[in-house]
Design a protein around this ligand. Structure first.
Ligand code: ATP
Ligand code: MG
Length: 266
């Protein structure tokens, strides 16, 4: 694929928290219309990387270019224009509990567009239809199951017709069938709406269902990047250990201290 298709480029990204380097020179490219999965162990910095790309964290050094603009030095108002092209699916769905499903989905449309209320209603209906939740407009979030909340979160993320969707652990805490439904939705949205997606997960089934490309984050760096087939056949023992979920291998985990070796020695 040609360079012109790269819409997000992360270069040499470094972030240190309290003297502990979490991102240690991350390099990553996201290409238009593709689903890129970031996989890696708990606490390796996946969410931190996402938060940098959506502008919630400022890096210590390195650059992030989105749609050709370097975002780390952008004015907040300029970045807001880019942010409008983002859709975000949060791990905990982050729905507003005091608003029904329809209002949760309408919020951004009311705030950021001039659309009439009856048009917004139709758009909300369409998005709910896409995630298989037609007719659930009036339900409050507390009346939804975990899987339904995720789907409402997904419908809300696409309310503004984003060009990029960020998913943080979209299948965490779901039963295997509902997780499969969410994976299929991620795939469908990518294909039907040509949305560029970035999915952060350590659910291997999900990785291999949705990914066009996979990047593995380890010790603050992307240690492997490629197509699904390339990653599956990677000769890197760390990648193989992660894919197979083996407790034995170069990546060490200590039960009694509750962390990976690199966490402890940093
Ligand atoms: N604002 C912050 N202040 C201090 N430390 C932070 C902050 N944000 C993240 N960290 C640290 O960065 C490390 C990576 O956290 P992060 O949430 O990115 O991991 P993750 O890969 O998303 O893990 P998980 O798979 O469990 O969600 C953790 O050790 C975390 O404590
Ligand atoms: Mg996380």
């Amino acid at each position: 694929m040609q360079e012109k298709d790269v819409i997000v480029e992360v270069k040499d990204l470094v972030k240190t928290f309290d003297g502990r380097t979490v991102l240690d020179g991350v390099n990553l490219k996201l290409r238009k219309g593709e689903t890129t999965v970031i996989m890696g162990g708990s606490g390796c910095g996946k969410s931190t990387l996402l938060r940098h790309i959506i502008g919630s964290y400022v890096p210590d050094s390195g650059s992030i270019t989105i749609f050709g603009k370097e975002i780390t030095s952008l004015e907040e108002s300029e970045f807001d224009k880019i942010r409008k092209k983002f859709g975000m699916v949060f791990q905990n769905s982050a729905l507003f509990d005091s608003m029904n499903v329809e209002d949760n989905l309408s919020l951004a449309l009311r705030e950021h567009t001039e659309l009439a209320e009856d048009i917004i209603k139709i758009m909300v209906k369409m998005k709910l239809e896409l995630v298989g939740l037609r007719g659930f407009e009036k339900l409050m979030p507390s009346a939804l199951s975990g899987g339904m909340r995720k789907r409402v979160g997904l419908a809300r993320a696409i309310a503004m017709d984003p060009e990029i969707i960020f998913y943080d652990e979209p299948t965490a805490g779901l039963d295997p069938i509902v997780a499969g439904v969410i994976d299929k939705l991620i795939l469908d949205l990518g294909k039907k709406l040509q949305i560029t997606s970035i999915v952060v997960t350590h659910d291997m089934k999900s990785v291999f269902s949705v990914a066009d490309r996979i990047a593995m984050l380890y010790e603050g760096k992307v240690i492997a990047e490629g197509t699904m087939e390339e990653i599956k056949h990677s000769k890197d023992p760390r990648v193989q250990q992660f894919i197979t979920g083996s407790p034995d291998g170069p990546i060490k985990f200590f039960m009694d201290s509750g962390g990976y070796l690199e966490e402890l020695t940093k």
